[in-house]
Write a new protein. Structure first.
Lengths: 127, 132
């Protein structure tokens, strides 16, 4: 878990989680919240982009590659990078062949993953 | 005593995120579903104990809020269902919950104004949902 003193003094880090599988999304969101993060849940990349374009602040994006809708996670990551070049982006998939494509826009995370491992990964990216 | 768990069913991320964060700030445990199928999934598995379902009539577009509310009342009568006809009404219901919540007293109207601003911004970018 992330000690609270590691979080931004201006408030909790806001993590945008993009995942269409309900219980996977619930698990990672709950684990991140328990660790002190504020989590924005999106079930598809289109909704995630809409949230980003609304101007609401986010600090980090954690997205699955395969999501329903027009955009997939890679397209979302590309757009996030274009808008916020320094923002950490984690891109996950069960298809390891997509690691190369994902690595252009962020850090690839193989699925399945342990939510507590993701917390450690995200925490280390904040240092 | 554990705080009550509220399942918020709302398709629109610009409504759902401020609403759910508000309820969390009020001290509740909050789960999120983006449509009726997800809501049914959360409730049916029994994995999560849900006390209250809060939704907009139009917030569950796949089958409609009334159908989901009817299903919940028939199959899970212990769950309290709060159904608002408009986003403003849903926020008012959330405000009532907040007043009764562990960290009560936060003003829902500030959240409603915030959602209005977010939706107005989207209307300027791409009008696809009317705020009512």
């Amino acid at each position: 878990m992330v000690p609270s003193q590691q979080l931004d003094s201006c408030g909790p880090y806001r993590v945008l989680v993009v995942e269409d599988e309900l219980f996977v999304r619930m698990d990672i969101a709950a684990t991140l919240r328990h660790a002190g993060f504020q989590v924005i849940e999106a079930a598809c990349a289109d909704a995630a982009l809409e949230f980003i374009e609304s101007g609401e602040p986010i600090d980090l994006v954690f997205t699955d590659i395969q999501t329903p809708g027009i955009l997939d996670g890679l397209a979302l990551a590309e757009r996030v990078r274009a808008k916020y070049p320094l923002m950490p982006v984690f891109i996950c998939s069960g298809n390891s062949e997509l690691e190369g494509a994902a690595s252009q826009w962020g850090k690839f995370v193989p699925k399945p993953y342990e939510p507590t491992g993701i917390v450690r990964l995200i925490t280390s990216s904040m240092r | 005593m554990e705080p009550a768990t509220i399942l918020v069913v709302e398709r629109d991320i610009l409504v759902r995120q401020p609403l759910t964060q508000y309820l969390r700030d009020c001290g509740y445990r909050v789960l999120e579903a983006v449509n009726a199928a997800e809501a049914r999934g959360v409730v049916s598995t029994g994995r999560e104990s849900i006390d209250i379902v809060l939704m907009d009539v139009k917030g569950a577009p796949s089958e409609g809020g009334f159908a989901l509310a009817s299903w919940l009342r028939s199959n899970h009568p212990a769950i309290k269902v709060l159904l608002g006809g408009t986003i403003a009404k849903v926020l008012q219901l959330a405000g009532d919950l907040c007043n009764d919540g562990p960290e009560g007293g936060l003003d829902y109207r500030l959240v409603l104004d915030h959602i209005r601003r977010l939706l107005a911004g989207r209307s300027r970018r791409s009008p696809d949902r009317r705020f009512d």
